[in-house]
Design a protein around this ligand. Structure first.
Ligand SMILES: Cc1cc2nc3c(=O)[nH]c(=O)nc-3n(C[C@H](O)[C@H](O)[C@H](O)COP(=O)(O)O)c2cc1C
Length: 217
């Protein structure tokens, strides 16, 4: 088990899992029980999570991959002012996979792995009730980060995936989700593939003072 600082530092996105190494159910249960301690507006606990494994996960992946091969995902478009950050991240992530910028086929194959949950044996879907608002999405985020840290502390890899929310109808149909549930993101959980170089990428952050202002007068 890690201490908190180690878990925060160690957590990073895993983009290739060991498909045949099962995720112990008791570790996931412990992590979920800890994440339930997350704060939320009026203690609504707005997160609703579905974890699919085995044939349920495989059916979901098959349906998502089929759709992803024929129609683009409906993910929120980044405003112009932030678009460069996606492109900077793409250079880092695909560069670390050894994919050249101009190799569009290899990049498309790598992107497609999103809808296989990067081969993770456990495929999570994170939802929130449709009538809830931004303030409640903050609560879901707090739950999610707590979950990621608790899973990291148990030696598991994770990747949060907005790409999964790009096909909400498929997710809803496959998992019998109520129409009331808004699909916010996916969450891949499993043991990282140590042979995949991009799993050792630690994406840099801004200097803290570019995001935080300290005001005392
Ligand atoms: C809400 C959210 C959505 C994300 N969606 C995706 C995604 O669809 N595909 C992906 O490969 N990574 C996705 N990520 C991972 C981010 O790219 C990653 O967290 C960020 O680049 C920082 O890298 P790190 O997690 O390795 O520290 C997402 C992360 C968050 C928090």
């Amino acid at each position: 088990m890690y201490d908190l600082e180690q878990a925060i530092t160690e957590r990073h996105s895993t983009r290739m899992f060991l498909p045949d190494k099962p995720v112990p159910a008791e570790l996931v249960q412990e992590a979920l029980d800890l994440a339930m301690r997350a704060p939320s507006n009026s203690n609504i606990q707005p997160w609703h999570v579905v974890l699919a494994s085995g044939p349920a996960r495989d059916r979901l992946v098959a349906a998502l991959l089929k759709e992803a091969k024929s129609a683009p995902p409906k993910v929120p478009v980044l405003p112009e002012a932030f678009a460069h950050m996606r492109s900077d991240l793409g250079k880092l992530v695909y560069g670390s996979m050894g994919i050249a910028r101009e190799d569009k086929d290899a990049r498309a194959q790598a992107v497609l792995r999103n809808w296989e949950f990067f081969k993770a044996p456990l495929a999570g879907i994170v939802c929130m009730h449709r009538d809830l608002d931004y303030v409640d999405a903050m609560g879901v985020g707090m739950f999610l980060q707590t979950l990621l840290l608790a899973l990291t502390a148990r030696g598991l890899g994770t990747c949060v995936q907005v790409s999964i929310a790009g096909y909400p109808g498929i997710v809803r149909d496959q998992l019998n989700l109520s129409e009331d549930m808004r699909v916010l993101c996916g969450l891949a959980i499993g043991y990282p593939d140590p042979a995949f170089p991009a799993n050792n990428l630690w994406v840099p952050r801004n200097p803290t003072d570019s995001n935080v202002a300290l005001v005392d007068r």
